[in-house]
Design a protein around this ligand. Sequence first.
Ligand SMILES: [Mg+2]
Length: 328
Amino acid sequence: MTQKTSCSDTRIGEDALIAHYFAPLATSPGAYGLKDDAASLIVPDGKELVVTLDTLVSGVHFRENDPADLIARKALRVNLSDLAAKGAEPLGYFLSLALASDWIEAWLGEFAAGLGTDQKTFGISLYGGDTVMTPGPLTISITAFGIIPAGQMIRRGSAKAGDHVFVTGTIGDAALGLRAGDAVGRDQDYLRRRYLLPEPRLGLGHALRESASAAMDISDGLMGDLSKMCTASGVGATIDRNLIPISRAADNALKSDQKIWDSVLTGGDDYEILVAVSPDRIDRFRELATLSSIVLSPIGMIEAEEGVRLTDGSKKLELPGVLSFEHF
Ligand SMILES: [Mg+2]
């Protein structure tokens, strides 16, 4: 529970804060206007819930001075990205907000407005949550849930030797956007935007459910997440670096410094989807992805030999020393 603010503090208390900023976001009947202790969910016959949680910490997952509305949207979108990778259709989310002691209401207003914007974009709503004060940095935890036909959630551990590896969108933009800091320029703006506002590939759900052997979203870096998929599946993979889709802005950065490849391959925050597809399903997979206007690139193959390998199409390339962002 939020520490109640003292008399000398002009900030609103927890009840008013919830009523003013968050209750308007709780539009589903099962959220009871955030006036009850819990929410209730109706899961349609033949469907099941897919549930995921991601926590973002100021100074770790976003910069303290990033715009509040974009912080909110990113917190929501990284969760939606997990639902997208599992083939689920999002329904709603729970929010746990630990505000740092110096929080101000204007920040919270922008934060809630950001959530409202993306609720409209993705057709979801808030079902509940909690607000507290913390002596530490601002921390945002979101639990998102969606529905899927029962038994059809796409696992990360079911890739098979012979599957082709695909990724959506372009890889490395967010990592380069973070590196760009406050540098000025059109490429820097593009890359920074990709860092601030990921695009969950929810349109790929149908294609994944019909055609994928395995899938996961790329949050900690392409090579590291591929390695996780391979480990979970008991297989390995070889990726052709020349096939990895790169935006023009990232390509411009690579032209001036080839060392940036390490950031592209391992930097993380892409929130694209990594998919393994068996050869006989590729045509259908591509067809359904095209219908949802999601760009797919084949980047390599799943193999029986464990471990991940990188080539330039013909010869083997050295892997970066660390394959992904590690929290611990
Ligand atoms: Mg994930």
